[in-house]
Design a protein around this ligand. Sequence first.
Ligand SMILES: Cc1ncc(COP(=O)(O)O)c(C=O)c1O
Length: 381
Amino acid sequence: MELTAYRERFPIVSHSTYLISHSLGPMPAEAERRVLEYTSSWSTRGIRAWSEGWWELPLTVGDQIGRLMGAPSGTTVMHQNVTVAEAVVLSCFDLRGERNRIVYEEENFPSVRYLQQAQRGAEIVVCRDEEQIVEAIDERTLLVPITHVIFKTGRIQDIEPIIRRAHEVGAYVVLDAYQSLGTVPLDVTELEVDFAVGGSVKWLCGGPGAGWLYVRPDLIERLEPTLVGWQAHKRPFDFAPELEYAQGVARFLTGTPNVPALYAATAGYDIVEEIGVERIRERSIPQTELLAGLLDEAGFEVVSPRDPSRRGGSVVVRTPDFQRAHAELEARDILCDFRPDVGLRIGPHFFNTDEEIELIVSSIREIVGRGATEPAPADTR
Ligand SMILES: Cc1ncc(COP(=O)(O)O)c(C=O)c1O
């Protein structure tokens, strides 16, 4: 099946130039049907719905996420978002000992940074890039939360040396793969990474409320998270007074799962799984190549890496007055976004056409060009 044939599955694509899958992937029509399936099971099956699939959703949906990144079944669970998933990881460790250092990079997503900074007893070491991280990891390092694809620039990080160094000294790496899963192939088993986290709103087209956490198989039974709830209990329906950890990855769960979000999310995962992330990447590289080339020709500064093997699914470009350009593009139903200190972010996905990429660049050119020729407002100071 041609990739552009998938356009039919995303209603918004028929009337918008949707180039913002790095931020909010479009809703598959099927997601609406699945939400109705959820309301129908609630309405017709009532309490029985828990034993007919609802309770298990964080594990069954987690297994599907696992398949997209080379994780064996029983290693991935669903949470509300990355922040919660990272908090569960943090809760497995004691920061009161000698080993209390958290080495992370300044380009981690703010939510992740805030959570790490807020940990009592942690000694935080902030690094500029992967070389600095490798240098900073030492025997006192406990955790190394890093990002696969940097959200502000779309740069793919060289994560193998970080994982290697961390393992040499007995530290654990938490990989945030939010900006890669669904567009850049990732194999957590091959990487031997300790934990991986992400969510569904971007390249997976799964909507909000469906974050995920992967735990390396041999760590699962060794760790005891303190951020737990009854889904993490061995026999939750005994309502026992004492905690007994569940066997397997369920011990990384908390309380009642986010059922509607998990129903909605799998519609996008199914499409990504059907196409395959390798094939999506094969299409993404020429798309971002075309985009970067046209932006270059227009004389704008492309902030994302020029080397396609180091560039994720989005292209970030600094243009004069990019906030106004963004507002005008949105008014024309051409959707992208911007980050204050870097510029416009444009994220084509498998369903986008080359014409759409050409349209956004010619529109930016026209908007920015017109702005430059406008007379400057009178200085009334
Ligand atoms: C790399 C990365 N990590 C995390 C997040 C979001 O974290 P959370 O799921 O906690 O909202 C984003 C963007 O929303 C992101 O780009």
